[in-house]
Design a protein. Structure first.
Length: 276
Protein backbone atom coordinates (compact mmCIF):
# COMPACT_ATOMS: atom_id res chain seq x y z
CA UNK A 1 0.00 0.00 0.00
CA UNK A 2 1.42 3.37 -1.04
CA UNK A 3 0.99 6.22 1.45
CA UNK A 4 0.47 9.52 -0.34
CA UNK A 5 -0.72 12.99 0.52
CA UNK A 6 -1.57 13.59 -3.13
CA UNK A 7 -4.15 10.83 -3.52
CA UNK A 8 -6.37 9.04 -0.98
CA UNK A 9 -7.91 6.08 -2.75
CA UNK A 10 -9.82 4.94 0.33
CA UNK A 11 -11.43 8.35 0.73
CA UNK A 12 -12.38 8.48 -2.95
CA UNK A 13 -14.02 5.06 -2.75
CA UNK A 14 -15.84 6.02 0.44
CA UNK A 15 -17.01 9.26 -1.15
CA UNK A 16 -18.26 7.43 -4.25
CA UNK A 17 -20.23 4.97 -2.13
CA UNK A 18 -21.65 7.78 -0.01
CA UNK A 19 -22.78 9.64 -3.13
CA UNK A 20 -24.52 6.49 -4.41
CA UNK A 21 -26.27 6.09 -1.08
CA UNK A 22 -27.35 9.76 -1.08
CA UNK A 23 -28.72 9.41 -4.63
CA UNK A 24 -30.70 6.30 -3.69
CA UNK A 25 -31.93 7.99 -0.53
CA UNK A 26 -33.08 11.04 -2.47
CA UNK A 27 -34.98 8.77 -4.91
CA UNK A 28 -36.74 6.91 -2.11
CA UNK A 29 -37.65 10.16 -0.35
CA UNK A 30 -39.11 11.46 -3.62
CA UNK A 31 -41.19 8.30 -4.06
CA UNK A 32 -42.49 8.62 -0.51
CA UNK A 33 -43.36 12.31 -0.89
CA UNK A 34 -45.09 11.88 -4.30
CA UNK A 35 -46.42 8.36 -3.85
CA UNK A 36 -45.05 7.55 -7.31
CA UNK A 37 -42.20 5.32 -8.37
CA UNK A 38 -42.40 6.85 -11.87
CA UNK A 39 -43.17 10.54 -11.52
CA UNK A 40 -41.42 11.85 -14.64
CA UNK A 41 -40.13 10.52 -17.94
CA UNK A 42 -36.62 10.58 -16.45
CA UNK A 43 -37.61 7.86 -13.98
CA UNK A 44 -38.75 5.40 -16.69
CA UNK A 45 -39.53 6.81 -20.11
CA UNK A 46 -41.55 3.88 -21.47
CA UNK A 47 -43.65 3.34 -18.35
CA UNK A 48 -44.27 7.07 -17.97
CA UNK A 49 -45.41 7.29 -21.61
CA UNK A 50 -47.84 4.39 -21.19
CA UNK A 51 -49.21 5.90 -17.98
CA UNK A 52 -49.71 9.30 -19.64
CA UNK A 53 -51.64 7.67 -22.48
CA UNK A 54 -53.90 5.92 -19.99
CA UNK A 55 -54.37 9.17 -18.07
CA UNK A 56 -55.46 10.83 -21.32
CA UNK A 57 -58.03 8.08 -21.84
CA UNK A 58 -59.28 8.52 -18.28
CA UNK A 59 -59.67 12.26 -18.86
CA UNK A 60 -61.57 11.61 -22.08
CA UNK A 61 -63.82 9.07 -20.34
CA UNK A 62 -64.59 11.66 -17.69
CA UNK A 63 -65.93 13.88 -20.48
CA UNK A 64 -67.92 10.92 -21.80
CA UNK A 65 -69.41 10.37 -18.35
CA UNK A 66 -70.37 14.05 -18.10
CA UNK A 67 -72.08 13.83 -21.50
CA UNK A 68 -73.94 10.68 -20.48
CA UNK A 69 -75.00 12.23 -17.18
CA UNK A 70 -76.46 15.12 -19.13
CA UNK A 71 -78.27 12.62 -21.36
CA UNK A 72 -79.65 10.86 -18.29
CA UNK A 73 -80.91 14.16 -16.87
CA UNK A 74 -82.61 15.12 -20.13
CA UNK A 75 -84.11 11.64 -20.29
CA UNK A 76 -85.42 11.85 -16.72
CA UNK A 77 -87.04 15.23 -17.31
CA UNK A 78 -88.57 14.01 -20.56
CA UNK A 79 -89.90 10.83 -18.96
CA UNK A 80 -91.46 12.77 -16.09
CA UNK A 81 -93.17 15.21 -18.44
CA UNK A 82 -94.23 12.47 -20.86
CA UNK A 83 -95.73 10.40 -18.06
CA UNK A 84 -97.72 13.42 -16.91
CA UNK A 85 -98.93 14.01 -20.47
CA UNK A 86 -100.09 10.39 -20.68
CA UNK A 87 -101.98 10.75 -17.39
CA UNK A 88 -103.63 13.94 -18.60
CA UNK A 89 -104.68 12.27 -21.85
CA UNK A 90 -106.36 9.56 -19.78
CA UNK A 91 -108.27 12.29 -17.94
CA UNK A 92 -109.14 13.90 -21.26
CA UNK A 93 -110.63 10.64 -22.46
CA UNK A 94 -112.83 10.54 -19.41
CA UNK A 95 -114.12 14.02 -20.24
CA UNK A 96 -114.62 13.16 -23.90
CA UNK A 97 -116.59 10.00 -23.17
CA UNK A 98 -118.65 11.90 -20.62
CA UNK A 99 -119.42 14.58 -23.21
CA UNK A 100 -120.76 11.91 -25.61
CA UNK A 101 -123.76 11.46 -23.31
CA UNK A 102 -126.70 13.03 -25.18
CA UNK A 103 -128.68 13.43 -21.95
CA UNK A 104 -126.32 16.03 -20.52
CA UNK A 105 -127.73 19.43 -19.72
CA UNK A 106 -126.20 22.50 -21.28
CA UNK A 107 -124.65 23.52 -17.97
CA UNK A 108 -123.07 20.09 -17.42
CA UNK A 109 -121.69 19.98 -20.95
CA UNK A 110 -120.25 23.48 -20.54
CA UNK A 111 -118.56 22.42 -17.28
CA UNK A 112 -117.11 19.30 -18.94
CA UNK A 113 -115.80 21.34 -21.83
CA UNK A 114 -114.19 23.81 -19.42
CA UNK A 115 -112.41 20.94 -17.66
CA UNK A 116 -111.38 19.59 -21.06
CA UNK A 117 -109.87 22.93 -22.09
CA UNK A 118 -108.03 23.21 -18.79
CA UNK A 119 -106.48 19.76 -19.33
CA UNK A 120 -105.38 20.79 -22.82
CA UNK A 121 -103.60 23.80 -21.33
CA UNK A 122 -101.92 21.60 -18.72
CA UNK A 123 -100.63 19.27 -21.42
CA UNK A 124 -99.20 22.20 -23.33
CA UNK A 125 -97.56 23.49 -20.14
CA UNK A 126 -96.03 20.06 -19.42
CA UNK A 127 -94.61 19.78 -22.93
CA UNK A 128 -93.09 23.26 -23.01
CA UNK A 129 -91.60 22.87 -19.51
CA UNK A 130 -89.79 19.59 -20.20
CA UNK A 131 -86.43 21.34 -20.65
CA UNK A 132 -83.02 20.52 -19.19
CA UNK A 133 -79.92 22.51 -20.08
CA UNK A 134 -81.72 24.07 -23.01
CA UNK A 135 -82.83 20.76 -24.54
CA UNK A 136 -86.51 19.83 -24.92
CA UNK A 137 -87.37 16.62 -26.74
CA UNK A 138 -91.12 17.14 -26.57
CA UNK A 139 -91.98 20.64 -27.78
CA UNK A 140 -90.75 20.35 -31.38
CA UNK A 141 -87.92 22.86 -30.90
CA UNK A 142 -85.24 20.35 -31.94
CA UNK A 143 -84.84 19.55 -35.61
CA UNK A 144 -83.03 16.26 -34.99
CA UNK A 145 -82.21 13.69 -32.33
CA UNK A 146 -79.52 14.48 -29.72
CA UNK A 147 -76.32 12.45 -29.69
CA UNK A 148 -74.08 12.02 -26.64
CA UNK A 149 -70.50 10.76 -26.35
CA UNK A 150 -70.11 7.02 -25.80
CA UNK A 151 -66.35 6.39 -26.04
CA UNK A 152 -63.03 8.09 -25.31
CA UNK A 153 -62.22 8.61 -29.00
CA UNK A 154 -65.42 10.55 -29.68
CA UNK A 155 -66.35 8.17 -32.51
CA UNK A 156 -69.32 6.43 -30.89
CA UNK A 157 -72.55 8.00 -29.67
CA UNK A 158 -75.76 7.24 -27.79
CA UNK A 159 -78.91 8.87 -29.10
CA UNK A 160 -81.98 10.36 -27.46
CA UNK A 161 -84.82 10.65 -29.96
CA UNK A 162 -86.97 13.71 -30.39
CA UNK A 163 -90.62 12.96 -29.55
CA UNK A 164 -92.66 15.98 -30.61
CA UNK A 165 -95.74 15.96 -28.39
CA UNK A 166 -97.03 19.35 -29.40
CA UNK A 167 -100.70 19.45 -30.38
CA UNK A 168 -101.56 18.63 -33.97
CA UNK A 169 -98.32 16.73 -34.51
CA UNK A 170 -97.56 13.16 -35.42
CA UNK A 171 -97.85 11.95 -31.81
CA UNK A 172 -100.62 14.05 -30.30
CA UNK A 173 -102.90 14.45 -33.27
CA UNK A 174 -105.53 16.21 -31.18
CA UNK A 175 -105.80 19.96 -31.76
CA UNK A 176 -105.18 22.40 -28.93
CA UNK A 177 -108.35 24.24 -30.00
CA UNK A 178 -110.55 21.15 -29.99
CA UNK A 179 -113.80 21.15 -28.04
CA UNK A 180 -116.34 18.73 -26.63
CA UNK A 181 -119.15 21.24 -26.55
CA UNK A 182 -121.36 18.91 -28.59
CA UNK A 183 -121.89 15.17 -28.87
CA UNK A 184 -120.61 15.28 -32.44
CA UNK A 185 -117.41 17.13 -31.45
CA UNK A 186 -116.78 14.76 -28.57
CA UNK A 187 -117.31 11.72 -30.77
CA UNK A 188 -114.88 12.95 -33.44
CA UNK A 189 -112.25 13.78 -30.82
CA UNK A 190 -112.38 10.36 -29.19
CA UNK A 191 -110.65 8.64 -32.11
CA UNK A 192 -107.96 11.31 -32.20
CA UNK A 193 -107.52 11.07 -28.45
CA UNK A 194 -107.17 7.27 -28.49
CA UNK A 195 -104.59 7.50 -31.25
CA UNK A 196 -102.72 10.23 -29.38
CA UNK A 197 -102.66 8.20 -26.16
CA UNK A 198 -101.30 5.15 -27.99
CA UNK A 199 -98.66 7.28 -29.72
CA UNK A 200 -97.56 8.93 -26.47
CA UNK A 201 -97.23 5.59 -24.70
CA UNK A 202 -95.21 4.20 -27.61
CA UNK A 203 -92.94 7.26 -27.59
CA UNK A 204 -92.41 6.91 -23.84
CA UNK A 205 -91.53 3.24 -24.34
CA UNK A 206 -88.88 4.21 -26.89
CA UNK A 207 -87.45 6.87 -24.58
CA UNK A 208 -87.47 4.39 -21.69
CA UNK A 209 -85.40 1.91 -23.69
CA UNK A 210 -82.91 4.65 -24.59
CA UNK A 211 -82.74 5.80 -20.98
CA UNK A 212 -81.98 2.25 -19.87
CA UNK A 213 -79.16 2.07 -22.41
CA UNK A 214 -77.74 5.37 -21.13
CA UNK A 215 -77.83 4.23 -17.51
CA UNK A 216 -76.09 0.96 -18.39
CA UNK A 217 -73.41 2.79 -20.35
CA UNK A 218 -72.78 5.19 -17.47
CA UNK A 219 -72.10 2.18 -15.23
CA UNK A 220 -69.80 0.67 -17.87
CA UNK A 221 -67.82 3.89 -18.33
CA UNK A 222 -67.42 4.19 -14.56
CA UNK A 223 -66.05 0.65 -14.33
CA UNK A 224 -63.74 1.26 -17.27
CA UNK A 225 -62.35 4.40 -15.63
CA UNK A 226 -61.74 2.44 -12.41
CA UNK A 227 -59.89 -0.29 -14.31
CA UNK A 228 -57.72 2.22 -16.16
CA UNK A 229 -56.98 4.12 -12.95
CA UNK A 230 -55.94 0.87 -11.28
CA UNK A 231 -53.75 0.04 -14.27
CA UNK A 232 -51.98 3.39 -14.07
CA UNK A 233 -51.47 2.83 -10.36
CA UNK A 234 -49.92 -0.57 -11.00
CA UNK A 235 -47.47 1.07 -13.39
CA UNK A 236 -46.38 4.15 -11.46
CA UNK A 237 -47.46 3.95 -7.82
CA UNK A 238 -44.73 3.53 -5.22
CA UNK A 239 -44.72 0.55 -2.85
CA UNK A 240 -44.85 2.52 0.39
CA UNK A 241 -44.09 -0.46 2.64
CA UNK A 242 -41.04 -1.36 0.57
CA UNK A 243 -39.91 2.28 0.41
CA UNK A 244 -40.24 2.60 4.17
CA UNK A 245 -37.89 -0.34 4.69
CA UNK A 246 -35.48 0.98 2.05
CA UNK A 247 -35.49 4.43 3.64
CA UNK A 248 -34.39 3.11 7.00
CA UNK A 249 -31.70 0.91 5.44
CA UNK A 250 -30.35 3.79 3.32
CA UNK A 251 -30.29 6.14 6.30
CA UNK A 252 -28.11 3.63 8.15
CA UNK A 253 -25.89 3.25 5.06
CA UNK A 254 -25.60 7.01 4.82
CA UNK A 255 -24.39 7.29 8.41
CA UNK A 256 -21.93 4.43 7.96
CA UNK A 257 -20.72 5.95 4.69
CA UNK A 258 -20.12 9.29 6.35
CA UNK A 259 -18.12 7.59 9.15
CA UNK A 260 -16.15 5.56 6.61
CA UNK A 261 -15.26 8.73 4.68
CA UNK A 262 -14.24 10.42 7.90
CA UNK A 263 -11.92 7.51 8.76
CA UNK A 264 -10.48 7.45 5.23
CA UNK A 265 -9.81 11.19 5.37
CA UNK A 266 -7.75 10.71 8.53
CA UNK A 267 -5.48 8.10 6.91
CA UNK A 268 -2.93 10.62 5.43
CA UNK A 269 -2.23 11.87 8.94
CA UNK A 270 -0.38 8.59 9.55
CA UNK A 271 2.34 9.94 7.27
CA UNK A 272 3.15 12.65 9.84
CA UNK A 273 4.26 9.98 12.30
CA UNK A 274 6.98 8.94 9.86
CA UNK A 275 8.69 12.31 10.20
CA UNK A 276 8.76 12.63 13.97
Amino acid sequence: MVLSVQNNASALIALENLNKTNTSLAKVQEEISTGLSVATAKDNASVWSIAQTQRADIGALNSVKMSLNRAASISDVTAAAGGSVSDLLVQLREKVVGAMDPSLSTASRTALNADYQALLRQINQMVTSATFDGANLLDGSLASDIQFLANADGTSFITLSVKDMSFGGSIITLSSTSTIGTVTAATSNLALLDASLANVNQALGDLGAQAKQIDAHIVFVGKLMDVLQTGVGNLVDADMAKDSARLQALQVQQQLGAQSLSIANQAPQVILSLFR
